[in-house]
Design a protein around this ligand. Structure first.
Ligand code: CA
Length: 224
């Protein structure tokens, strides 16, 4: 999952990015200016945007309004010091999906971000079940056939994404766009490496074809 933070207090933005990477295992991009923030939000398929309102360049509400006018459905959590009921109502009525006022608790921010991303993929339970496969997105634990399997952070991120999109073909481009921040070199065979590690760890005896390669289209996580 990939998140954009638009926040001009650089230190706060860095802290949020760090926590979302560590606690939620998200790929995170940070932007500290409004016009650039809008451009990034329009040109990348983010799963969530954490949006400050008082920003240099362009106000957060203008960014949100422009995104919604452009038909962008990305989940947006407004994170701001503007804390009156009328501010909050305006935030929702402009197209915000959630609203958190500063000062805030980091744990609460992470939980809200995870809930928004789940909902965006039509998942409501924090545990994703696909046949014999269970992905606990809170504890980041994976079981297949009642056996717990340990993954690296990137392997887990890949599997969680495929789990959210279970039963649908996911192209390599889609995986790269949703699992990596913009500092990453994306033109490599890195996806094949992760997919093959997932297959090996999930199903060492190769009894199940859990992650199918659909030639020329991508990968498909199937119910087994
Ligand atoms: Ca600000």
């Amino acid at each position: 999952m990939r998140v954009l933070i638009i926040e001009d207090e650089a230190r706060l933005a860095r802290n949020i990015a760090q926590v979302l990477k560590e606690s939620a295992n998200f790929a995170v991009d940070v932007c500290t200016e409004g016009v650039d923030g809008l451009h990034l939000a329009k040109t990348n398929p983010y799963d969530l945007i954490v949006l400050d309102l008082t920003l240099p360049g362009m106000d957060g509400l203008d960014i949100l309004g422009k995104l919604r006018s452009a038909g962008k459905t990305v989940a947006v959590l407004i994170l701001t010091a503007r804390d009156t009921s009328s501010d909050i109502i305006t935030g929702f009525n402009t197209g915000g999906d959630d609203y958190l006022t500063k000062p805030f608790d980091m744990g609460e921010l992470v939980a809200r971000c995870k809930a928004l991303v789940r909902r965006a993929y039509g998942q409501t339970h924090p545990e994703i079940k696909v046949g014999k496969l269970t992905i606990d997105t809170v504890a980041r634990r994976v079981k297949f056939n009642n056996r717990e399997i340990r993954f690296t952070a990137m392997e887990y991120r890949t599997l969680e994404y495929l789990g959210m999109r279970a039963g649908q073909i996911v192209s390599k481009t889609e995986l790269l766009e949703h699992l990596y921040d913009f500092n990453w070199e994306r033109f490599s065979n890195v996806m094949e490496v992760y997919i093959s590690a997932l297959r090996r760890k999930l199903d060492p005896d190769r009894k199940y074809d859990l992650i199918e390669t659909v030639r020329g289209q991508g990968y498909l996580l199937k119910e087994k």
